[in-house]
Ligand binder design. Structure first.
Ligand SMILES: [Fe+2]
Length: 388
């Protein structure tokens, strides 16, 4: 039987410094009369919601503000918001913020069109999502998750203490991603670092995973190169518009490199541990990236050698394996440079290791990993997370 591969980007990417001013026209072009603006209190306090709602009012667009999203959004939050969406007669969504608000907006859309609870839409074969979500505009305020263009929404199930994936179909994709680097200028340095390294992880995992294919490979490699060059500048100079713009584009490309498929062991580990301890996704992912790369490099040495080059390493005179290992060292140094705490410093406990290993092993992202994974492999990787 033919395993037909495909790659689809259902989202139109529109970007410019000041892009938010164009939001009303984008809403109207989609035929939306009353969008629900889905965001969180952090975005309200940062004054970013005001910029967006002012733009909507200036363009005479009616809207409903839902600003109750929390990090690691749980099932009940999505279901309650979807009920509100229906009661208030909304006909479209604007996901404004980091990964959590954008993921929540997608999940609200899934329930609004497909009914029931978001619990029913955990990714499975056959795909449980049968209808496209209402028109969605994503506006990222961090440069990291790539959720503005990914076909995934990550939801937390408090009963199972896990995060699970919804999506893997163009039906969940945004119609428009509106990327405005000016919204990112005041992001604190540590958030710039952790979200940017989440994007680097997306690019590295998708470039080397078993589902890799040429189109996403190309964007992933360019995302790695751009992040290597510009993320340290965005970290050091928060108000450098060019650096913010470059990193925002790289995060979008890294998100696109997912296609309809998923990542690898870093995300299997960081999503399960993050769901268990309720830890922020970016920083945990960043801390887990070097130990997983040290395990994985033997699986895809040629691609790892290309990663080393994209990270700025001169691989001349190195064997392929030496160049592949140089990628691991370069990324480890990069993560340190951006002041990411270690896995134990983030609150992951060594005594929970066996449970964390079991959860990571059960995560579907284990299957895409570039090197075969057993429970023992995860034990080895987790042990190295506690070593240095
Ligand atoms: Fe991620």
């Amino acid at each position: 039987m033919v395993n037909l591969r495909s790659f689809e980007v259902p989202t139109v990417v529109k970007h410019a410094p000041g892009a938010v001013e164009c939001l009303p026209d984008q809403v109207k072009a989609l035929g939306v009369k009353r969008p629900m603006v889905v965001t969180d209190q952090g975005i309200v306090k940062a004054g970013i919601v005001d910029k967006v709602t002012e733009a909507l009012r200036a363009g005479n667009v009616d809207y409903l503000l839902f600003d109750c999203v929390v990090p690691n959004p749980p099932i009940k939050l999505v279901d309650d918001a979807a009920a509100l969406y229906a009661q208030e007669g909304c006909d479209g969504l604007i996901g404004l913020g980091g990964g959590s608000p954008m993921d929540t907006a997608k999940a609200i859309g899934v329930v609004a069109e497909n009914g029931g609870s978001i619990l029913q839409y955990e990714w499975a074969d056959p795909q449980p999502i049968q209808k496209p979500i209402p028109p969605l505009i994503t506006i990222p305020t961090t440069a990291g998750t790539g959720s503005e263009v990914t076909l995934w929404s990550v939801i937390t199930d408090p009963n199972r203490h896990i995060k699970y994936n919804v999506g893997g179909t163009p039906y969940i994709g945004a119609k428009i991603a509106l990327i405005d680097p000016l919204l990112m200028l005041d992001m604190p340095a540590h958030i710039t670092a952790s979200t940017g390294l989440d994007a680097l992880t997306h690019a590295i995992e998708c470039y080397t995973c078993g589902y890799a294919q040429p189109w996403p490979d190309a964007v992933a490699l360019y995302a790695i190169e751009t992040l290597a060059q510009w993320l340290p500048i965005a970290f050091a100079q928060g108000h450098n518009v060019e650096a913010r713009y470059k990193v925002a584009m790289a995060a979008m490309l890294a998100g696109m490199s997912y296609g309809t498929e998923s990542a690898g062991a870093v995300h299997a580990m960081s999503q399960t541990a993050g769901g268990y301890y309720d830890l922020p996704h970016g920083v945990l992912t960043a801390a887990m990236l070097p130990p997983v790369m040290a395990y994985n490099y033997l699986g895809e040495p040629v691609k790892y050698a290309r990663i080393a080059q994209a990270m700025g390493v001169d691989t001349n005179g190195m064997t392929t394996l030496e160049a592949a290992w140089a990628a691991v060292k370069a990324v480890k140094k990069f993560v340190k440079l951006l002041e990411i705490p270690s896995v134990p410093e983030l609150g992951v406990k060594e005594e929970d290791m066996q449970m964390l290993v079991d959860m990571a092993y059960a995560d579907p992202q284990t299957f895409g990993n570039p090197r075969d994974l057993t429970r023992k492999s995860y034990e080895q990787i987790y042990a190295s997370c506690f070593e240095d």
